[in-house]
Design a protein around this ligand. Structure first.
Ligand code: F6R
Length: 255
């Protein structure tokens, strides 16, 4: 895992945007896996600002609330349209965002998993992390080998997402989400985190044991993860200075 500690949230997103645009230039038919939530907003703003050509790229996303159709303003589908897709040059036939309103959700989940494999897998997966350690909507206790499926949301996640609904009671109880195994199959992962509320979970994810209780800790087994975080989110890393040292010397090993 590469841990990149930036001064603030804007710098975190600038770094991630540079990684994505550099990869796109190398491979215009890039397969991108997108996250939603508060954290990647500035990344998407920067991708829009870059005016890169995404016409050949393919887009998948991580998760969706079960029951919400794509046009629902609270859906992740709508979020991605609003923050990214409406503003970049792309081919709508290459956008495969999850729908929360399919009739047979279990079957749809398996087909989504197959679709990712049919196109050759995800090149870059963007991730955030929940305060309880979830990645996508794989809540604590999720199988580390899980694939796309329906998951019950954790009570803490319901509270975290209450802001986009009127009250916690209105937050759907179920999500459709890529599994941890699906995320781990991505060739490269960029996980973004910022703010003091993420410091404890970043410490547990990076420096704690690999455990289903902290789904993000599974990333310790992935060969190419860039964890891009701000100083606040890095505050509880015991080896913070080591990560800074490694990053500041990166050019010497030509990576
Ligand atoms: C969203 C997702 C979630 C979020 C996580 C952090 O698609 O999969 O795992 O990344 O809940 O959300 P924020 O960025 O709002 O703190």
């Amino acid at each position: 895992m590469e841990v990149i500690i930036k001064a603030n949230y804007e710098e975190v997103c600038r770094e991630a945007a540079q990684m994505v645009t550099a990869a796109l230039r190398k491979k215009p038919a890039l397969v991108l896996g997108l996250a939603t939530g508060k954290t990647p907003r500035e990344l998407y703003r920067r991708l829009v600002e870059s005016q890169e050509d995404f016409q050949n790229a393919m887009f998948f996303n991580l998760d969706e609330f079960v029951g919400l159709p794509p046009r629902d303003p609270r859906s992740f589908h709508h979020y991605l349209q609003e923050h990214l897709m409406d503003h970049i040059r792309h081919d709508p036939r290459k956008v495969f965002f999850l729908r929360g309103d399919e009739r047979d959700m279990e079957r749809y989940a398996s087909e989504y998993e197959e679709k990712i494999q049919d196109v050759g897998g995800i090149d870059i997966q963007i991730l955030g992390i929940g305060r309880n350690g979830h990645i996508a909507f794989n809540e604590p206790g999720s199988s580390l080998g899980s694939r796309t499926r329906i998951k019950t949301l954790d009570a803490k996640t319901i509270v975290e997402y209450a802001g986009i609904f009127h009250s916690p009671d209105e937050v759907p109880r179920f999500s459709i989400t890529l599994g941890i195994g699906t995320v781990m199959a991505a060739r490269r992962i960029i996980l973004l985190a910022a703010g003091p509320e993420k410091a404890e979970i970043i410490h547990r994810m990076v420096e704690g044991p690999i455990t289903a209780e902290v789904p993000g800790s599974a990333l310790q087994l992935h060969p190419l993860v860039h964890l891009v975080i701000d100083e606040d989110a890095a505050a509880k890393l015991a080896r913070r200075d080591y990560w800074k040292w490694v990053y500041s010397n990166k050019w010497r090993v030509g990576q």
